[in-house]
Design a protein around this ligand. Structure first.
Ligand code: GLN
Ligand code: ZN
Length: 761
């Protein structure tokens, strides 16, 4: 094994067969008592440590395992439990922990939001009532001791650093940020002191907020915090870890009084390398070189990684370099070893968490050989394999297609909205405040099972299709009875809005066990875009046309937009995200034009992820939004003026992207509003939106059937900022997770509310 240091920063918690998820859900369902549950989790943790240990990586993390989410662990340990949960027990009880995560009897769960630009969600600390942080218990020390005793490992415990923790919290009053962060120094010191006492040499403090926009005035504060931590813990080495991009204000950050700093050399790698070059590196400080992509699923390209390491070795003494992943491996599946089906060239190019740890060790070995002047020596076998596999992937026929024949030019002018609006009004003759839904309708256990059976060949194509058609018919009738104006077919044939289309397009690979945690026990299995995404023929035409054949009312066609298709997949790294989105957009456009040709007059292209993958630095937004909007426009290009294009977005902080939404120029957009109603109304007041818009009138995430009056209020508020001939009435998002009776009741009230609102126009 190599002498160059190696490290891991975090590892999946879900287990190779998602044992973690299953254990949690059994416990929640009351099928397992607390003792058995704790025992099972402990065994899982130990197995996990032993797997990491097997890789041979020197510095391994502990404390990154959690029963739900790491941020939530901090909330509990720092005694920041919001008042409404205190009645359920002590800060360290599972009752309180899971009540915060999932809500319980009249105490709504803590808010959950995306972790930076990933699809992982964390629970948001609520600091509004100014709770004083105090160490209620120390899960990091427990995890450290467990690793030592049970796996013989001296680990490097991982905490979210105080700066990032407070940056991600809500309720910090304006002007109070610095004081709030200061109030955390003591509690972090308490954790660190106990870690040192337990025998830890290192602690890892994750500060990914340092790659976002960091105001100048935070720099002194950062120095103050880390001075505070270092002074109080002279015997413990502190490793400050950044990831997901290049560090803002490198000069100041590199000078922080810590013993090691980790940088991402995959995302923002060039900027980080340049910063090390221009700022220099202080002697004695370790540099964690994140050269193995912790967010992608491909084997590492050894030549690329070694080039970065060699460039660093010219700037930093080799003994101070640590070879490591770019971020925690939480964002990739556990092991590619179990992937035994599908295209062998793609399969052979995969590397998940276990493989990535092994790659790190091999890279360290190869790097060391080069340092000792043995540059010409062959690479370690694993890295030779990587070269071969990646070479085959590069030459994959799926990557060598001629660019798809360009569909209509995106700018090939549709008329301006005002003119389209007139034409569409004549065509559809809808009432004012037309009602519609977002696309999916309740999915019963029966339909889920039928889909699975069909995919496994246990249900014939005919039986499956007639079951789906039956559901479409039932729901077309129901929507008509409810008096909804624009109908949907219901998306019964879709497991997931991305996976469904991925199966129908070329360029995708599907893992059999490539699960990653999305939030809590929920795991997703993102499709893998490995080749050129190319249209293969009709994807939604049959269901949509069938639905339309049953009714005189318009049925909206329903597609997932290019940015969302990209965001919720793993993707190739030889093309830019822009180029991949462009390919997807062209393939979708072919379907849009087919739907139009088949007589479908309204087509919705959903982009719920548009905001989510926006760059972490605001200065990079304009460029991103430019190509994201362009991709959307490409996906609907060439349609007639009379065809009405809809789009839908959820959780998008509309006010941040108003200009982009305008540039998308959809005829109608429906927006999630339940979490941001007030700010949305203000934004629309300050900058009126010129096209059709529907502000979700009720929150579909709750099983509660909303009151007519509540929805009427939303409509009236909306009418203050959107004229009646452009306002739509719809729920917040798709209804697939809701039950049938509550959905029917809610939609009934929604159409009542719309009717009442029309009367008072
Ligand atoms: N059309 C999709 C649905 O209704 C949209 C889902 C989403 O916005 N996340 O389910
Ligand atoms: Zn939505």
């Amino acid at each position: 094994m190599a002498n160059v240091l190696t490290a891991g920063l975090g590892y999946p918690r879900i287990g190779e067969q998602r044992e973690w998820k299953k254990g949690l859900e059994q416990f929640w369902a009351g099928k397992q008592d607390e003792e058995a549950f704790r025992k099972e989790m402990r065994e899982l943790r130990i197995r996990r440590l032993l797997r990491m240990k097997e890789s041979g990586v020197a510095l391994l993390p502990s404390g990154d395992f959690t029963l739900y989410d790491s941020m939530l662990d901090h909330i509990a340990a720092f005694d920041l439990v919001p008042e409404r949960f205190r009645k359920f027990g002590a800060s360290d009880s599972l009752a309180v922990y899971f009540a915060m995560a999932r809500g319980k009897e009249g105490a709504p769960a803590c808010e959950m939001t995306k972790w930076f630009d990933t699809n992982y969600h964390y629970l948001v600390p609520e600091l509004a009532s100014k709770p004083q942080p105090r160490l209620a218990f120390n899960p990091w020390r427990d995890a450290f001791l467990e690793a030592k005793e049970e796996a013989g490992l001296t680990t490097r415990p991982v905490l979210i650093g105080p700066y990032t923790f407070v940056r991600l919290a809500k309720g910090v009053a304006k002007g109070e940020f610095a004081n709030v962060v200061r109030s955390y120094i003591a509690v972090y010191n308490a954790v660190l002191a106990e870690l040192a006492q337990a025998g830890a040499e290192w602690a890892q403090l994750d500060e990914p907020s340092l790659v976002t926009d960091v105001p100048e005035e935070h720099l002194a504060l950062l120095h103050e915090i880390y001075d505070g931590l270092k002074t109080a813990n002279p015997g413990l080495k502190l490793h400050l870890q950044t990831y997901f991009g290049s560090v803002e204000h490198a000069e100041s950050v590199f000078a922080l009084p810590v013993d090691g700093i980790g940088l991402d050399f995959v995302r923002g790698g060039e900027e980080n390398l340049k910063a090390v070059k221009t700022v220099g590196w202080s002697t004695g400080k370790k540099l964690g070189a994140g050269v193995v992509d912790g967010r992608g699923i491909w084997r590492v390209d050894p030549d690329r990684a070694l080039t970065v390491l060699e460039a660093l070795a010219a700037l930093v003494p080799a003994g101070d370099l640590i070879v490591q992943p770019s971020c925690s491996l939480l964002h990739v599946p556990v092991t590619s070893k179990v992937e035994t089906s599908g295209d062998p060239v793609v399969r052979e190019s995969l590397a998940f968490a276990d493989e990535k740890l092994q790659e790190i060790v091999s890279l360290a070995e190869a790097f060391e050989a080069r340092l000792s002047g043995n540059g010409a020596a062959a690479l370690p076998a694993r890295l030779e394999e990587n070269r071969t596999a990646l070479e085959a992937l590069r030459n994959h026929p799926g990557r060598q297609r001629a660019a798809q024949a360009a569909t209509a030019d995106a700018s090939s002018a549709r008329a301006a909205f005002a003119q389209r609006h007139v034409l569409q009004r004549e065509r559809f003759k809808l009432p004012l405040l037309p009602t519609t839904t977002i696309g999916s309708l309740p999915q019963t256990a029966e339909v889920r099972k039928a889909r699975l059976d069909w995919r496994r060949g246990k249900l014939s194509e005919n039986d499956y299709r007639s079951l789906i058609n039956g559901l479409i018919e039932t729901w077309i009738r129901r929507q008509e009875e409810l008096g909804i104006d624009v109908l949907v077919h219901g998306e019964f044939e879709r497991t997931d809005m991305v996976e469904h289309f991925a199966h129908l397009l070329d360029g995708y690979y599907f893992t059999s066990n490539g699960w990653v945690q999305s939030y809590g026990s929920r795991c997703v299995k993102p499709p893998v875009i490995f080749g050129d995404v190319v249209d293969r023929g009709p994807m939604t035409v049959a269901e949509t046309v069938y639905a339309q054949s049953l009714t005189d009312r318009p049925v909206k066609g329903m597609l997932t937009g290019p940015i969302t298709m990209l965001a919720w997949s793993f993707y190739r790294d030889d093309l830019s995200r822009r180029e991949i989105a462009e390919q997807i957009a062209r393939a979708l456009d072919a379907e849009v034009l087919r739907l139009e040709a088949a007589g479908i007059g309204m087509i919705q292209v959903d982009e719920p992820a548009l905001r989510e993958i926006a760059p972490l630095k605001k200065s990079e937004w304009p460029a991103y939004l430019d190509w994201a909007v362009e991709a959307f426009r490409t996906s609907v290009s060439g349609v007639r003026n009379e065809t009405q294009i809809h789009t839908h977005m959820c959780y998008c902080d509309y006010h941040e992207i108003i200009d982009a939404v305008e540039a998308m120029d959809a005829d109608v957009i429906s927006l999630e509003t339940s979490r941001s109603h007030g700010s949305l109304i203000t934004a629309l007041h300050d900058q009126p939106y010129g096209n059709g818009i529907g502000l979700g009138v009720y929150d579909i995430h709750s099983p509660v059937v909303p009151e007519v009056s509540t929805m009427l209020d939303v409509i009236r508020d909306s009418l203050a900022v959107v004229p009646a001939d452009r306002l739509w009435v719809n729920p917040d998002c798709g209804l697939k997770t809701r039950g049938e009776p509550e959905t029917i009741a809610a939609l009934q009230r929604m159409t009542e509310a719309a009717a009442l609102a029309r009367q008072s126009l």
